[in-house]
Design a protein around this ligand. Sequence first.
Ligand code: 5GP
Length: 218
Amino acid sequence: MSDETLPMISTVERRGLLLVLSSPSGAGKTTLARQLLQSDANISMSVSATTRTARPAEVEGRDYFFKSEADFERMTEAGGLLEWAKVFGNYYGTPKAPVEVALKDGRDVLFDIDWQGTQQLGGKMGADLVSVFILPPSGAALESRLMSRNQDSEEVVRARMAEASSEMSHWPEYNYVVINSDLDESLSALRSILTAERLKRERQRGLEKFVRGIRDSL
Ligand code: 5GP
């Protein structure tokens, strides 16, 4: 067998992984998530359900599934959510079905969820979970990002600043921590994490067959 006909390592069948990004609001997590999705065809975003009101630029089904409290409660009672939590007075939760399908197909899923959701996912999904905590470079940077975002009322911004410190205390529960001083560097760090995690032996289910193929050809 010539080298050209050997499958590339990236085509070896593997189990998908769940990449969780958490951070206090304003640390740049949403931008990083968007850029990571754009730069990698094998990972897709988990779209959460929420009882929060949509912000002006947000699109139903792309950013969130916007639900009434009654509908959200029905989803939790029917077991349709993999995890859920109350954040800033609103409910947020991860629909279960798309995650299960993706994992089975060997595709990766990106989550933008808080520490409560990450703990629940860790309990349910175990080794499939890779968690990254994004920290701002300083308190001042966090504050200015929150103020300039201009999507929330002043009252909400103040509440989020107050929450940021307690959210940040959860960094030791994560596998990786990225300090987001520079967007490009942080994106490159995230891509490195993803690459290394994909190459973990136990995720590469197709390796045995792959190596057998090589050995048989020798
Ligand atoms: P935002 O209202 O700014 O979109 O999100 C507020 C917080 O809720 C963020 O920290 C975000 O990570 C978290 N969040 C968004 N979706 C989910 C979810 O499905 N589950 C959990 N546990 N947290 C979520």
